[in-house]
Design a protein around this ligand. Structure first.
Ligand code: GTP
Ligand code: MG
Length: 621
């Protein structure tokens, strides 16, 4: 079993240039198996096979149709290729679909290949040399397969085919699978039913392994399916490896509709949507109009929709920031390429950057364009900084889901920004938040100033309520709490009973207030355990005295001088120890307090967890 990355090799080129004949020579199997293909002597659908190269490496083979009428089938098959055999007849040379196929392959980012000059038996040597030179020159001018070797063959000359195999072997050694996609993904290019087994789908697996029994999600239907059986190169296997072309027998409800163009992926990895934003490059001399009707190709999917231009051209007049809007759900994968055609020609291609395109208001456009630019240029530090400029604080998880980026990418860039002191971490209950350092400093200074001026205005008050302070700052309750906790842990502020004060603040009374306070305490003391409840005194002074521990608040209207309260409580506890229980009557008898005071002090003791009430009795805790 081969577990190394597998390569998919495909043919491309103009109709009748000999692609299928070459594949038959390479694999021993005629890729044109449909009745109509045989009758008409041309390929209609992609044909699939595999072969061993001289090195012993096994490769998958996809033979693509060349006739312009079947260009859509060619595009769907081309999306999964790693390496291309570009077949050009020595007789005819470069023809329209040769170039069209080249531009489609380029659109999908496929630029590794070999140029094969076919049917060399039909021309003499001089012509072959001339044709080869012309082909090379022309492709170089167009910037197609510039670094690829060129080799001439004839299906009647086995040694030319053997040599081709050797060249392919050498060339594919360095090909790596697309690491962009961090999920098991199979864009489906064939669906069929096998008697006794049920639904089978086929496609190329991305850069992860899959196993029999595994659950995958069918998209855009969002249906969970299980891998019942798995085949690679016509053999039953338990595991398929990155790059394998796989046939998967799915355990799936018979009524489920599925089609080529659908996708299998790890559950919850890919979100179907009807629009995505991206970077778009138009074909030479193609003018793109806003809201132009187009056919959209993503992976093996083909849908109708429109292209919308999000901003002005990127200077060179060939590239745009665009939104591609589909009439039906599609499965946009960040970082993968898409292709756009109108009725009969390629308009251009691009890269998907934001998989859930929204309708943007005009004044938001510069913002979205900057975002797209940062995503396209992979300037993730700028991306994060811009996001933090628009929001008070955020989390790594938020950033990942906002931009569909790997956690590693976000974390690394955040670490970088942290080391440059541009952002800071703040913590709240285990949760980590990220904030622009500059912004945190501004909040800190502002909160400090608010509390400070409050202390100046009300020196006898302990501090400002959290809500009053928040109202002076433009922050949500949640974000304000997070910042307050950070200031608290930095020992800049104190928070007690929803009141914030600066760490060094000491509440002080004026001489006048002091007098009132002292009289109040004297009055309380005078009546010992039954102090009056109707003394007129301001709430501020009361709060101050509680805060200063001069009085104890027993109930809503009963206050005891602190030492008296402590003394009474201790005595009640002593009583409880002797009697093993505390009752209202035992307290009343002992201290001569009325029912009202007795109840209040006992309830206070319960609330302080000194006693526990069961029915009408209290027990020491
Ligand atoms: N003499 C000669 N004929 C060839 C050679 N290769 C292909 N042919 C013939 O060219 C014709 C077309 O070949 P195909 O292999 O079907 O061409 P294709 O590129 O697959 O065509 P499409 O799939 O329709 O694009 C057939 O009649 C082949 O027998 C060759 O090397 N020498
Ligand atoms: Mg063919």
């Amino acid at each position: 079993m081969q577990s190394d990355n597998q390569i998919v090799i495909g043919t491309a080129g103009h109709v009748d240039h000999g692609k299928s004949s070459l594949i038959k020579k390479l694999t021993g199997v005629d890729p044109d198996h449909l009745k109509e293909e045989k009758k008409r002597g041309l390929s209609i659908q992609p044909g699939f096979g595999w072969t061993f190269l001289p090195s012993g490496k096994r490769v998958s083979i996809v033979d693509l149709p060349g006739h312009e009428r079947f260009i859509k089938n060619m595009i769907i098959g081309a999306s999964g290729l790693d390496f291309v055999i570009l077949v050009i007849s020595a007789e005819e040379g470069i023809m329209p679909q040769t170039l069209e196929h080249c531009s489609i392959l380029k659109a999908f980012g496929i630029n590794e290949g070999i140029i094969v000059v076919s049917k060399k038996d039909l021309v003499d040597n001089d012509w072959l040399n001339f044709a080869t030179e012309e082909i090379k020159k022309h492709l170089t001018e167009k910037n197609f397969f510039v670094d690829s070797p060129i080799h001439s063959i004839s299906i009647k000359d086995d040694s030319s085919i053997d040599d081709l195999k050797k060249i392919i072997d050498e060339k594919i050694i360095n090909i790596k699978n697309n690491k962009n996609i961090n999920s098991s993904i199979i864009p489906i290019d064939r669906v069929f039913t096998v008697k006794g087994f049920g639904t089978v789908v086929a496609g190329k697996l991305s850069n992860q392994i899959i196993n029999i029994g595994e659950q995958l999600e069918l998209l855009p239907q969002k249906i969970l399916v299980r891998i019942k059986n798995l085949e690679v190169h016509g053999n039953k296997v338990k595991t398929a490896y990155p790059g394998n072309r796989v046939a998967i027998n799915l355990s799936i409800n018979d009524s489920t509709k599925l089609d080529k163009g659908n996708l299998l992926a790890n559950p919850d990895q890919i979100k179907p949507s009807k629009a995505f934003d991206g970077y778009f490059n138009s074909e030479d001399n193609t003018h793109i109009k806003h809201n132009h009707k187009v056919t959209i190709f993503t992976n093996t999917d083909e849908k109708e929709g429109v292209i919308r231009i999000l901003g002005k051209e990127n200077n060179d007049g060939k590239s745009w920031w665009v939104q591609i809007k589909s009439n039906e759900y599609i499965n946009p994968i960040v970082g993968t390429r898409f292709l756009i055609r109108d009725s009969n020609k390629n308009l251009g291609s691009g890269i998907i950057l934001i998989p859930e395109g929204k309708r943007y208001r005009k004044n938001y456009l510069p913002n979205i364009i900057e975002k797209l630019n940062n995503l396209y240029t992979k300037n993730y530090t700028n991306l994060i900084i811009n996001e933090l400029k628009n929001t008070p604080l955020t989390t790594i998880e938020n950033l990942c889901s906002l931009y569909y980026l790997d956690q590693d990418i976000i974390t690394n860039n955040i670490e970088k920004l942290k080391s440059e002191k541009k952002i800071s971490y703040i913590y709240n209950n285990e949760n980590q938040y990220i904030i622009l350092s500059e912004k945190f400093d501004i909040y800190m200074t502002k909160i400090n100033q608010i509390i400070e001026s409050y202390h100046e205005l009300f020196p006898y008050k302990i501090g400002i309520t959290i809500e009053d302070c928040r109202k002076k700052i433009d922050l949500s309750q949640k974000n304000f709490q997070i910042i307050l906790r950070e200031l608290q842990s930095k020992k800049i502020i104190n928070i007690k009973s929803a009141i914030i004060s600066l760490i060094n603040h000491e509440a002080t009374l004026s001489t006048e207030q002091e007098k009132v306070a002292n009289n109040f305490i004297e009055e309380l003391k005078k009546y010992k355990f039954s102090p009056p409840t109707d003394i007129k005194i301001s709430k501020e002074i009361i709060n101050y005295l509680i805060y200063k521990k001069s009085i104890t608040k027993i109930s809503n209207d009963i206050y005891y001088e602190k030492n008296l309260a402590d003394d009474l409580i201790e005595k009640i506890l002593d009583l409880g120890k002797i009697n093993n229980e505390i009752t209202i009557s035992s307290v009343r008898n002992k201290f001569g307090t009325s029912r009202k005071y007795t109840l209040a002090i006992l309830e206070y003791m319960d609330s302080q967890n000194l006693t526990k009430r069961i029915d009408d009795k209290r027990y020491i805790r």
